[in-house]
Design a protein around this ligand. Structure first.
Ligand code: UDP
Length: 244
C-alpha cells in the first residue's frame, strides 16, 4: 500500500485523525458513526454514517477540485478512510446561508425558510469551551484566528465561490442548499486549502419540492428517518455526479 496509517493523533466528534508513516505533510482520517449536536450535549449513533458521509464528502470535494477549488483531499483509501494534506486549521467555522434557518433565524426571530437576497457569510470562533461564539472580521484578527486581513478576504472569497458551486451541485439533484459550514487550513507554504468535510452533518439540505429536511436537523430535532435521508442524499448525488 502507498500509505501506511500511523498512530492516533486526535479524536474529534465525527472523525479520528492518525499520522501517516514517513510523512509530515499528510494525515489519515477515519470517519466515525457518532452523531453529536449542541456542542456534544446531545449524542447518538447512526450505523454506517461514517461510510455515507465519507462518500458524500469525497464526491463534493472532487467536484470542487474539478472546479478549481484547492482541497485537502489526496487519496481515497477505503469506505471510511482517506489521506489528506496536513493543514494548520484556521479556527473559524465559516457559515454561508442562502435561506434563513437555525441560529440566525432564531437570533432575529424570523421564520425559517425566509430566502435571503444575497448569500450571508458568518464566522464562528471554533472553541468548544466558549460554545463557538459568533465573531466578526476584526475579532478574528484580534484573537489571531487569521494572521492578516488578506487571509480573511481570501477565505470570504473562497467561501462565496464554494457556495456558488455547491448550490448548483445540489440543485441538479433537486436539493436546496439552505446553509452550510466549512473550515479552511493553511499549508506549510502558507496557501489556503479547504479542509474538514462537507456532509449532511455540516449542511442544511431540503428537498426542493417537498422542503423535507435531509440533514442533521433530523437528529437535532428528533424528526426520525435520519439514515434514510442521508442515504437518499448520497444516492441522488452519486446518480448525477458519479464517483469520479
Ligand atoms: N454547523 C456545523 N457545525 C457547528 C455549527 C453549525 O456544521 O458546530 C452547520 C449547521 O449544520 C448548519 C450551518 O452550520 O448547516 C449553520 O448552523 P447554525 O449557525 O444555524 O447553527 P445551529 O442552529 O445549527 O446550531
Amino acid at each position: 500500500m502507498k500509505y501506511v496509517q500511523g498512530p492516533l493523533v486526535y479524536e474529534g466528534k465525527a472523525k479520528k485523525i492518525y499520522s501517516v508513516e514517513g510523512s509530515d505533510e499528510l494525515v489519515w482520517i477515519y470517519f466515525k458513526d457518532d452523531l453529536t449536536a449542541f456542542n456534544a450535549a446531545k449524542k447518538g449513533l447512526m450505523e454506517n454514517k461514517g461510510v455515507i458521509n465519507k462518500s458524500i464528502s469525497d464526491c463534493i470535494f472532487k467536484y470542487l477540485e474539478r472546479n478549481g477549488v484547492k482541497t485537502h483531499l489526496v487519496e481515497d483509501i477505503d469506505s471510511r478512510n482517506q489521506v489528506v494534506r496536513k493543514l494548520k486549521i484556521v479556527p473559524l467555522e465559516v457559515v454561508v446561508r442562502n435561506t434563513l434557518a437555525g441560529s440566525t433565524a432564531k437570533k432575529f426571530s424570523l421564520p425559517e425558510g425566509t430566502p435571503l437576497r444575497e448569500p450571508l457569510l458568518e464566522f464562528f470562533y471554533k472553541n468548544d469551551e466558549l460554545n463557538d461564539p459568533f465573531i466578526n472580521d476584526e475579532q478574528a484578527m484580534m484573537i489571531e484566528a487569521v494572521n492578516s486581513l488578506e487571509q480573511i478576504i481570501q477565505i470570504k472569497s473562497l467561501a462565496r465561490r464554494i457556495n456558488f458551486l455547491l448550490t448548483q451541485f445540489f440543485d441538479a439533484v433537486d436539493i436546496k442548499l439552505v446553509d452550510f459550514k466549512i473550515e479552511f487550513g493553511v499549508t506549510s507554504e502558507g496557501e489556503i486549502f479547504l479542509g474538514d468535510e462537507i456532509t449532511p452533518d455540516s449542511c442544511r439540505l431540503w428537498d426542493k419540492h417537498s422542503q423535507e429536511k435531509m440533514d442533521k436537523d433530523r437528529f437535532r430535532r428528533d424528526l426520525g428517518r435520519l439514515d434514510e435521508m442521508y442515504l437518499e442524499v448520497l444516492n441522488r448525488i452519486q446518480k448525477k455526479w458519479g464517483t469520479k
